[in-house]
Design a protein around this ligand. Sequence first.
Ligand code: NAI
Ligand code: MG
Length: 361
Amino acid sequence: MKANITLINGDGIGPEIVREAKKVLEAVSQKYNHEFIYTDIDMGGCSIDKYGVPLTDEAIEIAKSADAVLLGAVGGNVGNSKWYDVAPNLRPEAGLLKIRKELGLFANLRPALLYKELADACPLKTEISKAGFDMVIVRELTGGLYFGERYTKETDGVRTAVDTLVYNENEIRRVAKVAFDIASKRRKKVISVDKANVLDSSRLWRNVVEEVAKDYKDITLEHMLVDNAAMQFVMNPGQFDVVLTENMFGDILSDEASMITGSIGMLPSASLNESKLGLYEPSHGSAPDIAGKNIANPIATVLSAAMLLRYSLGLDKEAGDIENAVEKVLKDGFRTVDIYTEGMNKLSTSQMGDKIVEYIK
Ligand code: NAI
Ligand code: MG
């Protein structure tokens, strides 16, 4: 197949990790005779330096016309970079918010997978980490508390601040469908997380998810309260396949899930809209502390490229090839410094990319 992929290097380690992901995409395209056409656009600090803004309108148009977008990361040193002490809309991160909004990305997917080989890095009890886990969190990304009406008022000298958590049934239905579609390609179980014992928005959430479930007869649906979910993540993470939840709960739970895998350099993410166009990026940031040293772990970005193939291009087998290659590389003891342990084979960023390519071939 022929596909247009927009590449965004971004800042910090961005160019180093995107380079490796592109190598891997090229290996797959050669193996299966696809033609991927890449267009680079600037976003973040590098775009501010060139054009004075974190993302130009021209760059957005290029991204919109692509089949998928692969991003490294944006941003400089927190609290100590030339892009920090400026108006919010001129910071590197504003580019990220703008592209998410312009592309209408309402579903954020974050897999949290504990590789057997990396179980030592998992902070959970040994018997839990030995059992392993493999879940995908589907977080609603454009509604809920972060997008509801908000204001602060002062009455008789008392300050009050108000945030509102709003969802309509269409917003719930479209993200629920994404979760069920993903579950149908996995272990066929959705756990929908809410706070239906207290919140009206959660009651609506539960009802609409039940309605959507009727179209997916082969998928098991369970509901779980968010406080219980937070406990279950550390007590029995193996029970989760697809976790479906609203924006703020998903924000918090996905960070919890990433920490129990033990290594941020391994976790990909995808943000999807109603069309096939999606934005794929590692869960970590631009890691300015290790930028330019060729030591960053490219695996989160490589696995984001695998998600790109699966969700935007429908290339399941090719995506699986990448995921299997990563697993085999780990199994054979190859590690970047962030996941290195005594006795393993230490690789640089580019060596890790080359090794994954070798295993794909
Ligand atoms: P970070 O994720 O960039 O780094 C946290 C720690 O993890 C650092 O010690 C870093 O060296 C390490 N690390 C991260 N990715 C790694 C990798 N692939 N291999 C090895 N080690 C890795 O988070 P931090 O330091 O809070 O933020 C740095 C910059 O990144 C900030 O400007 C922040 O705003 C931005 N950021 C951007 C995101 C994005 O573009 N989506 C997401 C999160 C942060
Ligand atoms: Mg967060």
